[in-house]
Design a protein around this ligand. Structure first.
Ligand SMILES: *Cc1c(COP(=O)(O)O)cnc(C)c1O
Length: 433
């Protein structure tokens, strides 16, 4: 399968090229040239199948032309060593819990899959070591670091702003060691991101070492996120409530929801989608006006969605042939202030004894406000509330129990390399490795 760039200036790439490059040379995002429909029998029988079985079929539709079936099966089964169950919150509203993986957030799925796929390419080619650079304000770094831990042939550098991530987040990528190096940058998240961007275009660095990124623009991280939409539907089918399904996705860079839209394109019977935002409501404004106007992001308590220029918007436009009308038919939007997030998180805990995290809260509320009679609503609970203790505990006035997977990290010892935020130091550091 060939992958083309949404900017249509670069020539198309193989899967391997798309994965190793991340972004296309013309700065566009890679799209598969074909998205295969899956047969009706699959959708009928899904209720009887496991998460891994379903995902393998979806993975074959994406990657089957490029990866041998037995290799792909191993990658899928190895990636999905945890469950993503749906849980009823009340009435027709269900939470799709994506936080049962190693770092308790949905990014585990894409990060683990990408690590295994890249590892496969490196082994196959016997090529030289690949260096993954990732800038993080918290969640991406932990998912990528844990996903890539101990994958032979890959070194990971996580750049994060000193003193600006929570302790529990920091511990998830600074305590691992082995092939994971945490770089504590004396600066902001934007500084970290600028260092990574500069590294990718620096001629000396690119001559000396193989560099790649692992954010949601990478097809190997982005496409596997479709798996749990199919599995969610299978669980609804099993419960006999698979008619008129509405999927609601707390969104920042829009990678997660775009994977769901790919699923629908492949025939997954989802009636419509809702994109739930915090105050960073660029997409909602686009739905209202038809004009896409990126803005600097504002800080909120659902900080993994603090994105002012959602990178996967280019993929949505491409999928819908740039038709604002068709996009509006399939997707509606919602946006909430911190105050509204606090209010809803507290209310759902009090009334329904379900503890949301601030991101999932946006998803829940958008469903609660928009679901029509006869519809079944599923929102994606993108992270475990214990990842946001400082926000969640004061809202509910109680201690939050930390799951064992997260607690394990707290016992580890933090090891970092401290660097100033200027590129010269960063470049010299990488060249000396
Ligand atoms: C990354 C993240 C999001 C946003 O996902 P996108 O794919 O960027 O839209 C939402 N919630 C949590 C907890 C996240 O970590």
């Amino acid at each position: 399968m060939q992958y083309f760039s949404t900017n249509k200036q670069s020539s198309s790439a193989t899967l391997e090229e798309a994965v190793v490059r991340g972004l296309a040379p013309d700065k566009g995002l890679y799209m598969p040239e074909r998205i295969k429909k899956l047969p009706p029998a699959f959708y009928h029988n899904m209720g009887e199948m496991s998460f891994q079985e379903i995902s393998f079929i979806v993975a074959e539709a994406f990657f089957g032309e490029d990866i041998d079936a037995d290799v792909l099966k191993n990658i899928v089964y190895d990636t999905l060593s945890f469950d993503t169950p749906i849980v009823q919150v009340h009435d027709s509203i269900y939470s799709l819990e994506l936080f049962h993986g190693p770092t308790a957030a949905f990014k585990d799925v894409g990060a683990r899959f990408m690590a295994r796929l890249l590892g496969h390419f490196i082994r196959k080619e016997g090529s030289k070591e690949v260096n993954v650079l990732v800038a993080t304000s918290g969640d991406t770094g932990s998912a990528v670091a844990n996903g890539f831990l101990d994958v032979p042939g890959i070194q990971v550098y996580v750049l994060y702003p000193k003193g600006k991530v929570s302790e529990i987040q920091e511990k998830q990528f600074t305590t691992l060691g082995r092939n994971i190096t945490a770089l504590e940058i004396d600066g902001t998240f934007d500084d970290c991101q600028a260092l990574v961007k500069n590294a990718f275009i620096d001629a000396d660095l690119n001559k000396a070492m193989k560099l790649t990124s692992a954010n949601s623009i990478n097809v190997a991280r982005f496409l596997p996120q479709a798996f749990y939409y199919f599995y969610a539907y299978a669980q609804l089918l099993r419960r006999g409530i698979s008619e008129n399904v509405v999927m609601c996705v707390p969104s920042g860079n829009f990678g997660n929801i775009t994977a769901g839209l790919f699923g629908r394109y492949m025939g997954l019977p989802v009636k419509r989608f809702i994109a739930a935002n915090n105050r960073n409501d660029i997409f909602l404004q686009y739905l209202h006006t038809g004009v896409y106007e990126p803005k600097p992001s504002v800080q909120t308590i659902a900080n993994a969605m603090d994105v002012g220029a959602p990178s996967n918007f280019a993929r949505i436009l491409d999928l819908y042939n740039h038709s604002h009308e068709m996009i509006c038919e399939d997707i509606s939007g919602a946006a909430y202030t911190d105050e509204q997030i606090r209010e809803t998180l507290a209310e759902v805990y009090r009334k329904h004894h379900y503890l949301l995290d601030p991101h999932g809260t946006c998803g829940y509320r958008a469903l609660a406000e928009n679901l029509q009679p006869g519809e079944t609503g599923v929102f994606l609970e993108t992270a475990h509330p214990a990842k946001f203790l400082d926000t969640v505990e004061p809202i509910i006035g109680e201690k939050v129990e930390i799951p064992a997977t997260l607690q394990r990290f707290m016992q580890g010892e933090k090891k970092t390399v401290e660097l100033p935020s200027d590129f010269t130091h960063f470049k010299r550091y990488l060249l000396q490795r």
